[in-house]
Design a protein around this ligand. Structure first.
Ligand code: NAD
Ligand code: UGA
Length: 471
């Protein structure tokens, strides 16, 4: 048998990543461990804790053979050669750096546990996205406790996107491994490279120093989010001038230096990472005495907030400046299609905005449960710009103004307006004549993802607003 791998953190990254390693490396035993028993139980059941196309098949093929999910964290960490740490690293909500800095509590406690339980040499791999220089702190924690045990730290950030995780893992654009430039560090890099080399072509496995690998992850997310904020900023100008943002994006993206991907204007980007990682980058710049650089990146998040706000204002102003007591259908709640993940979804901000104007919301998402939606809307929302908690939607408002329904037709029945917030394929195929017939008139559609055919909808009789397009 080959090396023994253990991954701490059975989340959106740990679960799929380890499943693919197990599939591609039958000679390696992979344990995924987590402190959350419900999560591990779900990984061991027929209902996996996350929805990701293609994941079920891989887990079913490997589970019980060379892929195991367990809460026996300490024993399995102690027995392994390579320990991936894939715990959550959210934004700090209190104390120094609140609203921006990464909260490394989970990471630190995992590192302390590794130091405590280890009885043999280990390679510890940073899989979570962490601030540049985190490896230095982790090294201090690991080496502090044990005599005679050698820990090598590697940075191996993950670039998968949710909804396409399995494709991204099967055929990654690149795998990045950063390590110390010492013989021990280089040996560890080679050991991890050998794991990925089971299926990733050698030229796609990049090796760098530790700090470059850590920073490249934050930089990649910042560049990706910046493209979305750039096209979203253009969408506002398109609406003011009569240009069409899809045509502009197409023309701009035809330049091979710019490229066509990731230029879809939207209601705003969501997901657990873009905002968190940029704010983390901003904080690191500030701490390093680079306020101009910090402010440059902060704008990417500010434009995103502006875009979500602009969408809500457009809905309310179009519907004669009030949505009070009007039914509004919200189609889609997940932060993008093909996932049930709602972390930082723009739907939360849009719903909050509409609820404040006293709208009655009928929400439908094919993958998000009623419980999740209600939990998201009643949670404290943290304001990164002025670190404090914004007022959550109170239970009475939730009860009286929000219904979560089972399909799009039910959601739109009797509604004055429809907001498309997630680009689920099924929303393109709906019978819009039927929807129109069941709605109040004039019937409004606000397409926050530019996935619907505006001219067809206008023919039916809808008043259509799409992002960055002429009315
Ligand atoms: P997640 O919240 O889905 O999973 C993290 C898991 O770690 C949780 O199940 C939690 O119970 C567990 N955990 C926390 N502390 C632990 C401990 N001490 N011991 C054992 N288990 C512990 O998070 P995620 O979305 O998988 O993200 C993990 C990291 O990967 C983050 O740093 C994130 O920025 C990064 N990342 C995420 C994505 C993504 O698409 N979600 C992509 C690339 C990178
Ligand atoms: C993103 C990155 O794409 C991954 O490479 C990275 O590993 C990951 O963050 C991470 O570090 O967590 P993810 O957030 O899962 O992945 O999904 P994306 O496809 O990047 O979408 C993010 C948000 O941007 C979504 O709300 C999406 O709808 C929006 N988006 C994306 C746009 O509004 N326009 C686009 O053109 C593309």
């Amino acid at each position: 048998m080959g090396v023994k791998i253990c991954c701490i953190g059975a989340g959106y990254v740990g679960g799929p990543t380890m499943a693919v390693i197990a599939l591609k490396c039958p000679d390696i035993i992979v344990h995924v461990v987590d402190i959350s028993k419900p999560r591990i139980d779900a990984w061991n059941s027929d209902e996996l804790p996350i929805y990701e196309p293609g994941l079920d098949e891989v887990v079913k093929a490997c589970r019980g053979k060379n892929l195991f999910f367990s809460t026996d964290v300490e024993r399995l960490v102690a027995e392994s050669d390579i320990v991936f740490v894939s715990v959550n690293t959210p934004t700090k909500t209190s104390g120094l750096g609140a609203g921006k800095a990464a909260d490394l509590t989970y990471w630190e406690s995992a590192a302390r546990m590794i130091a405590d339980v280890s009885t043999s040499d280990k390679i510890v791999v940073e899989k979570s996205t962490v601030p540049v220089k985190t490896a230095e702190a982790i090294e201090k924690i690991l080496t502090h406790n044990k005599k005679g045990i050698n820990f090598e730290i590697l940075s191996n950030p993950e670039f998968l996107a949710e909804g396409t995780a399995m494709e991204d893992l099967n055929q990654p654009d690149r795998v990045l491994i950063g390590g110390r430039e010492t013989p021990g560090g280089q040996k560890a890099v080679a050991a991890l490279k050998a794991v990925y080399a089971h299926w990733v072509p050698e030229e796609n496995i990049l090796t760098t120093n530790l700090w470059s690998a850590e920073l490249s992850k934050l930089a990649a997310n910042a560049f990706l989010a910046q493209r979305i904020s750039s096209i979203n900023a253009m969408s506002a100008l398109c609406e003011a001038t009569g240009a069409d943002v899809s045509e502009v994006a197409y023309a701009v993206g035809k330049d091979s230096r710019i490229g066509p991907k990731f230029l879809n204007a939207s209601v705003g980007f969501g997901g657990s990472c873009f905002q968190k990682d940029i704010l983390n980058l901003v904080y690191i710049c500030e701490c390093n005495g680079l306020p101009e650089v910090a402010n440059y990146w902060k704008q990417v998040v500010q434009i995103n907030d502006y875009q979500k706000d602009r969408f809500v204002r457009r809905v309310v102003s179009s519907m004669f400046n009030t949505v009070s007591g009007k039914k509004v259908a919200v189609l889609g709640f997940a932060f993008k299609k093909d996932t049930g993940d709602t972390r930082e979804t723009p739907a939360i901000d849009v719903c909050h905005g509409l609820l404040q104007d006293k709208a009655l919301l009928n929400i439908y998402d094919p993958q998000v449960t009623e419980d999740q939606i209600k939990r998201d809307l009643s949670l404290n929302k943290f304001d990164w710009d002025h670190p404090h908690h914004l007022q959550p939607t109170n239970p009475t408002t939730l009860l009286n103004q929000v219904s979560v329904v089972k399909d799009a037709y039910e959601a739109t029945k009797g509604a004055h307006g429809v907001c498309v917030i997630t680009e689920w394929d099924e929303f393109k195929k709906l019978d819009y004549q039927k929807i129109y017939d069941g709605m109040q008139k004039p019937a409004f559609i606000f397409d926050g993802r530019n996935v619907l055919n505006g001219s067809e909808l206008r023919k039916i009789g809808f008043i259509v607003y799409s992002i960055g397009k002429p009315l």
